[in-house]
Design a protein around this ligand. Structure first.
Ligand code: HPA
Length: 276
């Protein structure tokens, strides 16, 4: 058996020994949404450090645990803290938590993140529904021997972020009277913020926002057949568009400010997509 798959199964067995909770939606909590567990009817938590071999986030503001519970009546597993490629983990470890949530039974992956805005019509504190993505200068998580137990060698990527989920999330935003853009996310490796020239290039390539996490997670989830959706919180304007130098603290602060609206949007979206 493939070594990566073996590790994945070991991690699944460790989590399963702690809880038999069956999630429908797997929710990745980005910057600012770390406190989202307070919106959930929590049934169990499993710390990443309780799972042998599991990658642990080193980024300030990112905690490290799975939270199992209900959002309204929808069974959800939330990742409180994700790992990033720039932390030095292999791409296989970066996407291990995503694959694990799929093996725990999740059918839908709901990605959230904080991003820099590239599209000139976007402002800080607004939200964007991800319609598609660009993976730029970061290796695909599917490089290496294909894990046949998860999916095919050459997966189709023509509708990564499912239209039917996007329709429901747009309806959720409307019902909450929250402005929601729709556009393309580009992933750079980080940890440095981008140069203004890179942001101009990204705009030319068709990107509306920029981040350091999400596209590789979507690729791994798409490979194993999960339905995917994602919402970005525009924490800052990207380099060269922003009038001031970028700092992680400011990104974190802006994401925290937007958190109450973001939480409402995520909760209503999960309610809409979880009840079909
Ligand atoms: N660039 C990359 N990642 C980010 C940014 C940015 O400007 N803001 C928040 N995450």
């Amino acid at each position: 058996m493939n070594e990566i798959y073996k590790k994945l199964i070991r991690c699944r067995d460790i989590v399963r020994a702690k809880t038999d909770f069956e999630p429908k939606v797997a929710l990745v909590l980005g910057s600012g949404l770390g406190g989202y567990a307070s919106e959930m009817d929590v049934k169990a938590t499993v710390g990443y450090d309780e799972i042998e071999g599991f990658p642990v986030s080193t980024v300030p503001g990112h905690q490290g645990r799975f939270v199992f519970g209900y959002v309204k009546d929808v069974p959800v597993v939330a990742m409180q803290g994700r790992v990033h490629y720039y932390e030095g983990y292999s791409m296989n470890d970066v996407v291990l938590p995503i694959r694990l949530m799929g093996l725990l039974g999740a059918k839908i992956l709901f990605l959230t993140n904080a991003v820099g805005g590239i599209n000139p019509s976007y402002s800080g504190g607004e939200f964007m529904l991800i319609s598609d993505h660009l993976l730029y200068g970061v290796p695909s998580p599917l490089i290496g021997e294909n894990i046949e137990e998860l999916g095919t060698r050459f997966p189709d990527m023509s509708e990564i972020y499912k239209k039917n989920l996007r329709v429901k999330i747009k309806a959720a935003a409307e019902s909450q009277k929250i402005k929601l853009h729709e556009g393309v996310y580009i992933q750079f490796s980080g940890p440095n913020f981008e140069s203004p020239a890179e942001i101009r290039a990204a705009a030319t390539l068709g990107a509306d926002v920029v981040g350091m996490s999400t596209a590789c997670e979507a690729i791994a989830a798409n490979h194993m057949g999960l339905e995917i959706c994602g919402i970005s919180c525009i924490a800052n304007l990207a380099a060269g568009i922003s009038k001031t130098p970028l700092t992680h603290d400011e990104v974190q602060e802006a994401a925290n400010l937007a958190a109450p609206l973001f939480k409402a949007l995520v909760t209503e979206s999960i309610y809409q997509i979880g009840n079909d």
